[in-house]
Design a protein around this ligand. Structure first.
Ligand SMILES: C[S@@+](CC[C@H](N)C(=O)[O-])C[C@H]1O[C@@H](n2cnc3c(N)ncnc32)[C@H](O)[C@@H]1O
Length: 254
């Protein structure tokens, strides 16, 4: 294990143990297997079985904390495409994707995708039961069981305007075998994003580590230093969270 991988792993354990403290052995199993569908299925089954009523589960902060990073990107994308194509990659049972769909003044097509069919089913049932009305009547939302390590098998080049990733790359990076998967996912995101489209990674990873990783993992995809940026989102329970923005300025599809 490289020094960098070690630092991701230990930071990951700290971050996730804060989020999931006082949870069951399912969580303990999850911590070691955050790149595994079966571990997430068990986690979401257990979480939902505790309460008869669906409740969105956020690994860390929700839509309110991140909407200011998302809205300008929707506005920029809407200049060239309607509806704006948005993917919440590794949505879990978070309200992020549904909130973008509900609140966007511009027409959006939001896809909430996760490797766990349990999470996808819970999200789909919740949206159907609540008949959420979007602010823009042309907006749409759908839910998809998708392994994001196979993103480019599902989406063609330049299909998406915005990919949001709240904790998904973190989960891959912090699992035993996930580092190469995370790098592959990043490269595929750059392929399926249209030129000037963005990937936003929300994470508690320190910029010293994540920026280096992003630049190294995207090597060969024509990513320039100026295509990767970071802003602070805020502090939650003593932990600082960041928004990493990767912009597909280059033509990776040549
Ligand atoms: C840390 S959770 C974050 C969930 C959600 N984004 C949130 O903010 O609450 C990571 C999510 O990534 C999903 N995931 C893990 N590996 C995946 C993969 N290969 N493809 C798609 N989703 C994956 C998990 O099922 C889980 O829902």
């Amino acid at each position: 294990m490289s020094a960098l991988t070690k630092s991701f792993a230990s930071a990951g354990r700290r971050g996730f143990s804060r989020c999931t403290r006082q949870r069951s052995s399912v969580t303990t199993e999850l911590m070691e297997n955050m790149d595994k569908k079966s571990a997430w299925d068990r986690f979401y089954s257990e979480t939902s079985s505790r309460s008869p009523n669906f409740k969105n589960f956020e690994w860390f902060f929700g839509f309110d904390a991140v909407q200011d990073f998302i809205t300008p990107l929707l506005q920029a994308a809407s200049l060239s495409r309607h509806p704006v194509q948005v993917l919440d990659m590794g949505c879990g049972t978070s309200a992020l994707g549904p909130s973008i769909y509900r609140d966007s003044a511009l027409p959006v097509q939001v896809t909430c995708a996760d490797i766990s069919p349990v999470a996808v089913r819970l999200m789909r049932e919740h949206i159907r039961a609540n008949a959420v009305r979007p602010r823009n009547a042309s907006s749409q939302i759908d839910f998809l069981e998708l392994d994001c390590t196979r993103l480019d098998g599902h989406y063609g080049p330049s299909s998406l305007d915005l990919i949001v990733d709240k904790g998904t790359t973190d989960a891959l990076l912090r699992s035993k075998e996930g580092a190469e998967k995370a790098a592959s996912v990043l490269r595929q995101c750059l392929k399926v994003l249209r030129r000037s489209g963005s990937l936003l990674q929300f994470s508690d990873e320190d910029p010293d580590a994540r920026l280096v990783w992003l630049e190294a993992a995207a090597q060969g995809q024509g990513l320039a230093a100026g295509d990767v940026g970071v802003q602070e989102v805020g502090v939650l329970r003593g932990v600082c969270y960041y928004c990493y923005q990767v912009t597909a300025h280059h033509d990776v599809n040549k």
